[in-house]
Design a protein around this ligand. Structure first.
Ligand code: NAI
Length: 247
C-alpha cells in the first residue's frame, strides 16, 4: 500500500524546485497531485517529465495572491473529487536587499506571495477539510524565519509569520481532524538560491555539520512524512531540514 494512496493533494509552486520534487514524491506514493502555479510552461514540462510515474498529476493556473482564483480552483477540485486531503503551501519568492535599500514594492510583493498566499490557499481549502474532519496542511517556512538573515527583511517577516500561522491553525483546526505543521528548510540547491554568491554558499556548507546544501528531495520527503498518517500525532511542529545548520 502506497503512503498517499488516493489522497487528493494540492502543491503550490509545484512547477520547479522543491515543489517539483514534492510533486514527484507524492505521485510515487499514489496521490492525485494538483499543481497550483503561475508558470504554465514549467508546470507542463514537469507533468510531462513525470508522466511515466503517474497520469494523475494535474495543473490549475493559480496565482496564490488572488483569493478569488484560489477559491475557484479549490471548488473545481471538490466538484471532481469531492475532497481535498492535503495542502502543501510551498510557493514562495524572494526580493532580497538590505533593509535600508528595500522598497515598499519589494516588501509588498514578498508579503503578497509568501504570507497572503498561504492565508488565501488555506482559507479556500480548510473548510472542505473541516467538512470531512480530515486534512494535512504543511506550510513552508525557512531556517531564516527562525533565526533571521541579512538582506531579507521582507522574506524573514513572511517565514516567521508562517510559523505563527501554523501554530494558530494547529490549535484552531486540530479539533477538526486537521494537522497543521511547517517545514523549515535550510539552504537547498534550487533556482531560488542561484542568486546567492558562491562564496556565501561555501561558507554555509562549511557551517553545516553535514557539510553540504540540501536537495529538493530532502524537503519533499519532509512534506511527505508530515502529510502521511505516520505523522498523525504531529501538530503545530516546525521541522527543521537544514543539515544541522543551526543547532
Ligand atoms: P523556486 O523559486 O524554485 O520555486 C517557487 C515556485 O513558486 C515556482 O514554480 C513559481 O512559479 C511559484 N510561484 C511563485 N509565485 C507564485 C504565485 N503568486 N502563485 C503560485 N505560484 C507561484 O523556489 P524553491 O527554492 O523551490 O522554494 C520553495 C519554497 O521553499 C519557498 O516557499 C521558499 O521560500 C522555501 N525555501 C526555499 C529554500 C531554498 O534554499 N531553496 C530555503 C528555505 C525555504
Amino acid at each position: 500500500m502506497k503512503r498517499l494512496e488516493n489522497k487528493i493533494a494540492i502543491i503550490t509552486g509545484g512547477a520547479q524546485g522543491i515543489g517539483k520534487a514534492a510533486v514527484k514524491r507524492f505521485a510515487e506514493e499514489g496521490a492525485v497531485v494538483i499543481i497550483w502555479d503561475v508558470n504554465e510552461e514549467k508546470t507542463s514540462a514537469t507533468i510531462n517529465e513525470f508522466k511515466n510515474i503517474s497520469s494523475r498529476i494535474e495543473f490549475q493556473k493559480v496565482d496564490v495572491t488572488k483569493l478569488e482564483s484560489v477559491s475557484e480552483a479549490a471548488k473545481k477540485i471538490i466538484d471532481k473529487y469531492n475532497k481535498i486531503d492535503i495542502l502543501i503551501n510551498n510557493a514562495g519568492i524572494t526580493r532580497d536587499t538590505s533593509f535600508l535599500k528595500m522598497t515598499s514594492e519589494q516588501w509588498q510583493q514578498v508579503i503578497d506571495v509568501n504570507l497572503t498566499g498561504v492565508f488565501n490557499c488555506t482559507k479556500a481549502v480548510a473548510p472542505f477539510m473541516v467538512e470531512k474532519l480530515y486534512g494535512k496542511i504543511v506550510n513552508t517556512s525557512s531556517v531564516v524565519g527562525l533565526y533571521g538573515n541579512f538582506g531579507q527583511t521582507n522574506y524573514v517577516a513572511t517565514k516567521s509569520g508562517i510559523i505563527g500561522m501554523t501554530k494558530v491553525w494547529a490549535r484552531e483546526l486540530g479539533r477538526k481532524g486537521i494537522n497543521v505543521n511547517a517545514v523549515a528548510p535550510g539552504f537547498i540547491a534550487t533556482e531560488m538560491v542561484s542568486t546567492v554568491p558562491e562564496k556565501v554558499l561555501d561558507m554555509l556548507k562549511e557551517r553545516t555539520p553535514l557539510g553540504k546544501l540540501g536537495e529538493p528531495e530532502d524537503i519533499a520527503n519532509a512534506y511527505l512524512f508530515l502529510s502521511s498518517d505516520e505523522a498523525k500525532f504531529i501538530n503545530g511542529a516546525v521541522l527543521s531540514v537544514d543539515g544541522g545548520l543551526v543547532l
